[in-house]
Design a protein around this ligand. Sequence first.
Ligand code: AVI
Length: 333
Amino acid sequence: GQAAAEVAEQAAGREAAAALEADLLAGFFDDPPTVPPRWFYDEKGSRLFDQITRLDEYYPTRAEAEILRTRAREIVADAHTLVELGAGTCEKARVLLDVLASRTGGAESSSAGTTAPLFVPVDISTEMLAESARAVNDEYPGLRVEPVEGDLTALDGPLPGEPGRRLLLFLGGTVGNFTETQRAHFFAMIRRLLAPGDRFALGFDLIKNPDRLVAAYDDARGITAEFNLNMLDVITATLTTEGLDRRDFRHQSVWNAPESRIEMWLRAVRDVRISFPTLGLTRTLQAGQGIRTEIARKFQPDVLATELAGHGFTRPTVWTDAAEDFGMVLVVV
Ligand code: AVI
């Protein structure tokens, strides 16, 4: 009943506070201070990100959709299971699900003794996962849907589906939000999850004119600024803080050419002093000093194919959209 729900909510709140404390200890007291991007995504942050994907300035979502649309058959090929990491609303994978569902006899094939193709959305947000899995289930009666709840950087398998006929998807260019080390861990984890014959499709953003890159992360309507500043609200809602006030910060999007990445910063507009009583720690920032909240690495077309080869993936295919704004690499185990 209600009491049980409250207890569960309190436990989730304590867990979130502990996770945020660990993330702050790992980066907020460094120079520069950093907070990982996962703290953007409370309900409001997820809604703002959804708006970002439809902004004029934010081309990645549309460019990737173009690749998926034009290459859907090649990407799905003879896969029988489609696993999507960070599936969210499952919107991006639909054009691939269309192919997966159409190619099979649906109910016919199951009566013939073979199982229906399988879709496995993986996401950390339980509610969104349940909701979008239900929607896919209703829309594609010929598919089985088996949602998996989990942190996509720490999956330990085994993955559902027939080994050798699985296609793992990691879309949206989220790989760009990882550091080089995080990326190496991630690729090693993916390789462990997959079996010979399984394939992996990865969407990534391409290097381009810095003005366009900066604008994609600093739109005229200020949606991305609000998305960035919302992180401070998420922090104060998750943990007891003193002196942390979003009015003391402004959003900034910077192209870091040597690192080939966009960086999102929250710049202090005056001297601030932020305390975390449960950590017993205080951090001061002078006016102009910033907190780095996200990196978004942009790649040369072949870089990830080469990195993936180092992790035991073979036979890379690389596609881009017609404007060459965004790329996708497909590799085989
Ligand atoms: C989720 N990720 C791929 C987005 C990106 O483009 O790096 C997050 C984002 N941050 C600001 N705008 C979008």
